[in-house]
Design a protein around this ligand. Structure first.
Ligand code: PBG
Length: 326
């Protein structure tokens, strides 16, 4: 018997495949993470992330111009300070590297891009944890919330429009929302890294921000084994007032992403993290996979799973060739 139903008809030509594609990569839904380092004179390459650099306060301007010209949706800023201490003082200091970089980037971006900032203490603490420690060396949730409130005000003041709360402290969204509102910053939006897992795929990022961490973040970031917990975290953050939810990493958590996207009433994004980037770059450098196709397939998969936007280190490259995405 010959088949009557032939799905292959819709795959027969490039034009037909392009027409019936359910998912496309559009520049507006790509967000470029940018690293800005204090006290360097030239951009510094990051060994485990080929093609990605730590910017100077000057070189980041061109990166922002390029991002705006490419039509991407926004940039997410990370700062690498020259000095660190136990409470991450540089995070709340208006002259701290992230807040200075935010001023520079906000001035450069104008209305072309949404300027976003990482709101977390790990880049600024000498122990590398995302919060402050108590007398026993344990991350102190509620004392950390006080630090986050201060960071939120400093970042909003510097010109960040969307605060990326990535520290995974309980109650962080509510605490930051309250601090912003009390200061009249009702227009500053919150991107909650709602479901953030304790992942090996953050490895290259630790080099990118010169992380001081020994040990791990398993008392605050989620166990990779848990799917329901991802939904719980996302629901809590939405209820606390998050404007956007994020799932992170992306590729190993597409089920969580799809779960959250199915029920959230705010946009849901995903972060294709440093290790996801490094794996594809490394395999491609060895000639083991087709780099361009692997990049597009990975981001298409994240969008297909339900992400409204993706943070990816390939944002500029993808934005320049979005049509080949499908
Ligand atoms: C915390 C933060 C991390 C990343 C983004 N924000 C590191 C961590 O949680 O250990 C990782 C991003 C990446 O790997 O690309 N400030």
């Amino acid at each position: 018997m010959n088949p009557v139903i032939r799905p292959r008809r819709l795959r027969a030509t490039p034009a037909m495949r392009r027409l019936v594609a359910e998912t496309r990569i559009h520049p507006a839904q790509l967000i470029l993470p940018l690293f800005v380092r204090e006290d360097i004179a030239e951009p510094a390459p990051i060994g485990s992330m080929p093609g990605v650099v730590q910017h100077t306060l000057d070189s980041v301007k061109q990166a922002v111009q390029d991002a705006a010209a490419a039509g991407i949706g926004g940039v997410m800023l990370f700062g690498i300070p020259a000095g660190r201490d136990a409470i991450g003082s540089g995070a709340t200091d208006p002259a701290g590297i992230l807040n200075r970089a935010t001023r520079v980037v906000a001035a450069e971006a104008g209305d072309a891009l949404v300027v976003q900032t990482d709101l977390c203490l790990d880049e600024f603490t000498d122990h590398g944890h995302c919060g402050v420690l108590d007398a026993h060396g344990t991350v102190d949730n509620d004392a950390t919330l006080e630090r986050y409130r201060g960071m939120a005000l400093a970042q909003a003041e510097a010109g960040s429009q969307l605060l990326g709360l990535s520290g995974m402290m309980d109650g962080q969204v509510a605490a930051v929302r309250e601090a912003l509102d009390a200061a009249g910053r009702t227009d500053t939006a919150i991107l909650a890294y709602a479901a953030k897992y304790a992942s090996a795929f953050y490895g290259p990022f630790r080099e990118a921000v010169d992380s001081q961490l020994t040990g791990d973040r398993r008392t605050y970031q989620q166990d990779p084994a848990n799917r329901i917990e991802g939904l719980r975290e996302a629901a809590l953050d939405e209820a606390e007032g998050a404007d956007v939810l994020m799932v992170k990493p992306a590729m190993s958590y597409l089920d969580v992403l799809a779960d959250v996207a199915a029920v959230a009433q705010v946009p849901v994004w995903a972060y294709q993290v440093s290790g996801e980037y490094a794996m594809i770059e490394a395999a491609a450098a060895n000639g083991w996979i087709d780099r361009g196709r692997a990049i597009r397939e990975s981001v298409t998969g994240i969008l297909r799973a339900g992400a409204g936007a993706v943070l990816t280190y390939w944002a500029l490259e993808l934005a320049s060739d979005p049509d080949s995405a499908a």
